[in-house]
Design a protein around this ligand. Structure first.
Ligand code: FAD
Length: 354
């Protein structure tokens, strides 16, 4: 299907960032549609592991306009977040086309032309809110292709069951690594591999505290967070693992071979599986034809607006598109507020209709 309509705004991505953006834009009487390549609502939360819970309570994890319902457990489960996002998009009646995968964006005179698996779409202004889940990062270790055991990224990890009784390496020292080590170590012989000693937050520090502390410093003109948002939050499963002394980490191996890994002292160890908890890159490959991306896959922005391409906006990719913007609460406060100022959204773009 090739749509003849020229939309005012297309938002690529129907996760929390796309929904928060649509919420703010709906006040401007623009024709806004969202394109999302999943078959159901919830964005990346649909693919988290079964036991995943938020590290901040419901009232500190809400999108604009509608609090995540009270009465949920203190730290909502992954399914509760999916339900919230599902009801959020119903509540505001956004126009969302699913599943539509955008694989390229081109310029057609003053319009954006989107090439998708469902045909072409056109718009005057384009917002990217595609997150990073679909673009997992794997570090380039020599011999990685030769390893004959199982390798998965945390992006597709669901539960420890398939690792029961195996020798497993979990690579990566962030929250994903810690939470996956916590549950895999209950059923498997597990080694945790991190670049540096993992950095654990005090037990009483949860996501709400982290966000408030960082916000205070930000408003005081000091953007350096006292606690890093990437430091490990001591959720119950991680505390439990600490009580079993299962959180000892070692520094990385130098290479892989068919059977396992080679440690810096030259010794070799056989392993059955490696779980890479090594992060993600922005899922922006569809912008390649516009030649805007830097070597690390980002786009140069001022706030959320592309510096080089008029009419192009990026929301929710982390600190480079707004303070804490890759969190449920942060995507509203830091990134989308800029879009809400319609004067900025209109005037800063040179698209004809603005
Ligand atoms: P996504 O949720 O990834 O949504 C983007 C959507 O766009 C997806 O549906 C995707 O399939 C789609 N898409 C991508 N490319 C295309 C394309 N080319 N065409 C069409 N559609 C496309 N945040 C918190 O606030 N609290 C927490 O406790 C918390 N815990 C986390 C725990 C883990 C393990 C992880 C990984 C993240 C956590 N986060 C947490 C972070 C954050 O909330 C998520 O990363 C969030 O999913 C980002 O939302 P998004 O809308 O930007 O991206």
């Amino acid at each position: 299907m090739n749509e003849q309509t020229v939309h005012d705004v297309i938002i690529i991505g129907g996760g929390q960032s796309g929904l928060a953006t649509a919420y703010h834009l709906r006040r401007n009487a623009l024709d806004v549609i969202l394109l999302d390549d999943q078959s159901s609502p919830g964005g990346a939360w649909q693919h988290g592991w079964e036991s995943l819970r938020l590290f901040s309570p419901a009232d500190a994890s809400s999108l604009p306009g509608w609090l995540m319902p009270r009465g949920l457990d203190t730290y909502p489960s992954r399914q509760e977040v999916i339900d919230y996002l599902t009801n959020y998009e119903k509540r505001y009646g956004f126009t969302i086309h699913r599943p539509v995968h955008v694989y390229a964006v081109k310029l057609e005179d003053t319009l954006f032309l989107l090439m998708t698996n469902q045909g072409e779409y056109r718009c005057r202004a384009l917002v990217c809110s595609t997150g990073s889940w679909s673009h997992p990062y794997l570090p380039a270790y020599a011999g990685r292709e030769d390893f004959s055991g199982k390798q998965i990224h945390s992006a597709t990890y669901t539960s420890p069951d398939e690792f029961a009784g195996k020798r497993v390496l979990v690579v990566g020292g962030g929250n994903s690594g810690a939470q996956i080590v916590a549950e895999v170590s209950k059923v498997a012989n597990t080694t945790w591999v991190t670049q540096q000693e993992p950095s654990f937050l005090p037990d009483e520090v949860d996501g709400r505290y982290l966000f408030q502390a960082a916000t205070q410093r930000f408003h005081a003109g000091d953007p350096r967070p006292r606690a890093n948002l990437a430091d490990i939050v001591m959720v119950d499963s991680v505390k439990e693992a600490r009580s079993r002394d299962a959180l000892q980490a070692v520094r990385p191996f130098t290479a892989l071979n068919q059977d396992g890994v080679i440690w810096p002292d030259g010794s070799q160890e056989s392993v059955d599986a490696i779980i890479w908890c090594t992060g993600f890159r922005p899922a922006l490959q569809f912008l390649d034809e516009l030649d805007l991306r830097t070597p690390d896959g980002r786009v140069e922005v001022e706030g959320t607006r592309s510096v080089k391409q008029p009419g192009l906006w990026l929301v929710g990719y982390g600190s480079w598109t707004g303070f804490a913007s890759a969190t449920l609460i942060g995507v509203n406060r830091s990134a989308v507020k800029r879009l809400r100022k319609s004067s900025a959204f209109y005037k800063e773009s040179s698209r004809p209709f603005f």
